[in-house]
Write a protein that binds this ligand. Structure first.
Ligand code: MV4
Length: 464
């Protein structure tokens, strides 16, 4: 694009007020980033969230509907109307809710507002897992063995693809992701039934029967690469995170960097991610998810949103990822080259959930007593306070405890301190379980994979 029209395009993306289309800790986090950038904020809320602290501290707020998310945080028309009524020029979707909804991003831009995220077409491409894989293979990002095309209908042709990959294979819905719509096939005898079942599920859940097939990796770690891009072809990667500590596809502990990965192993993968961003014209922040097994990386999905665990990367990189995301949405040129990115030390994040530590059932109610840890290199991202009422309507994340230290061992010790300094009464939380996990020796040695936490919980239950 010639320089003049580039500037014109950028000018068209300026805004001075951001509507925050989310709730909880991330609404508070986004509000902070806007304030730091000198932008005004409009908070929206459901009836259940009227008393939340970030509602009071925003420059304006609007209650847009009842407690059920479907009638408030997922109500696109209500959010667009709220933006119009309050004069907001941009909408930040946070994570979850409408953050990866291509139709919403399109509706926001069609209404003449800025969607703080990538283009609707980037969201749609990455939401279609086959299209995403094809784009990644084209850019030289290492992918899991298997075709980057949809499975044919012919059972014999499907069988040949599985044989070529080699059992065990995994069948995934193109419209799925995050653990939804997939099935492991250990051997040929179970292939056709698995295809039929997954196809039907995909048709119902995602409105498309399109499936693809990959080699099933049995003991991988989940490692992801954070990228940051502008609208002018500039892109950088901000290091990597290990998110293997998860239960039922819900991450519990994240860390940066991923332990035990040599710089010369991760470096080409990071560069390939950056190249992929340039090729697809990606804008803003994004995350490339990989499985890592026996020293090799395999791309599985790209997340086109700001992620829950972005703080561990902020701690190691020293960058404010949310501010950078907003500036990219404004059409600003990235003020950072790859050589300027220097990740230092080690960071952990614990997700504190309002849930029963044994049964994991959500726990709602009033927080009667709260003490949060503080000190250098301890960060708490939260919206809760003593007297806050935890609602049963939304996910159970109530706070994120984040620490930073020069080494992984020191960061673990600091997290133990931070957990010891956290007191939450009135509702059940997973604090006892997080404390026990940070005493675990295999975790301390970095010897984990995506199945570790669930096995650890099983053993713990058996011992109790
Ligand atoms: C896989 C896999 C093994 N092999 N793909 C689950 C969530 C979705 N993002 C992809 N997932 C997986 N894909 C192949 N070829 C294992 C998983 C998987 C997983 C991945 C990341 C984190 C946790 C997980 C838990 C179970 C299964």
């Amino acid at each position: 694009m010639p320089e003049i029209s580039k500037q014109a395009a950028a000018a068209g993306r300026r805004f001075d007020t951001v509507l925050i289309a989310n709730r909880g800790e991330i609404a508070a986090r986004i509000e902070r980033a806007c304030r730091d950038l000198g932008l005004k904020t409009v908070a929206i809320c459901s009836e259940a969230d009227r008393q939340a602290p970030y509602i009071r501290t925003a420059d304006g707020f609007l209650c847009i509907g009842p407690s059920a998310a479907g009638k408030s945080y997922l109500n696109q028309d209500a959010i667009l109307l709220a933006a119009r009524l309050t004069g907001a020029g941009a909408i930040h979707p946070g994570y979850g809710f409408l953050s990866e909804n291509a139709a919403f991003a399109d509706a926001v831009e069609t209404a003449g507002l800025v969607f703080i995220g990538p283009t609707s077409s980037s969201i749609a491409t990455m939401g279609d897992k086959i299209a995403a894989k094809r784009a990644m293979m084209a850019a030289g990002v290492p992918c899991v063995p298997g075709p980057d095309t949809a499975l044919p209908d012919d059972p014999d042709a499907i069988e040949r693809i599985a044989l070529e990959i080699g059992y065990p294979v995994i069948v995934k819905a193109s419209g799925g992701g995050g653990g939804r719509g997939m099935r492991v096939v250990p051997e040929a005898g179970q292939l056709q039934e698995a295809i039929a079942l997954t196809r039907e599920e995909a048709r119902k859940a995602f409105g498309s029967p399109s499936l693809y097939m990959e080699k099933f990796l049995e003991h991988p770690r989940h490692i992801e690469i954070q990228v940051l891009c502008d609208d002018h072809g500039n892109a950088v990667w901000l290091g990597h995170r290990d998110c293997s500590m998860q239960r039922r596809h819900q991450k519990v502990v994240e860390e940066a960097p991923a332990p035990g990965i040599a710089p010369d192993v991760i470096q080409p993968v990071g560069m390939a991610c950056v190249e992929a961003c340039r090729q697809v014209g990606y804008r803003g922040v994004g995350t490339f998810e990989f499985l890592y097994e026996n020293g090799a990386f395999y791309f599985i999905e790209m997340n086109t949103r700001l992620q829950v665990e972005h703080p561990v990367t902020e701690m190691t990189s020293g960058l404010d990822i949310v501010q950078a995301q907003i500036k990219a949405a404004q059409g600003e040129v990235l003020d950072l080259a790859q050589d300027d990115v220097a990740c230092e030390g080690h960071s952990f994040e614990c997700r504190i959930n309002a849930e029963d530590p044994e049964t994991f059932l959500p726990s709602a109610g009033v927080i009667t007593h709260l003490a949060l840890p503080q000190g250098p290199d301890i960060r708490v991202d939260t919206h809760i306070h003593a007297g806050y009422k935890v609602s049963p309507y939304y996910d159970s994340l109530i706070a994120k405890l984040i620490v930073h230290a020069p080494t992984r061992a020191k960061a673990m010790a600091r997290m133990c301190e931070a957990l010891a300094g956290t007191e939450i009464e009135g509702i059940a939380t997973n604090l006892p379980f997080l404390k026990a996990l940070f005493e675990d020796h295999a975790f301390a040695r970095g010897e984990t994979d995506i199945h570790y936490l669930e096995q650890w919980l099983k053993l713990r239950r058996a011992a109790a």
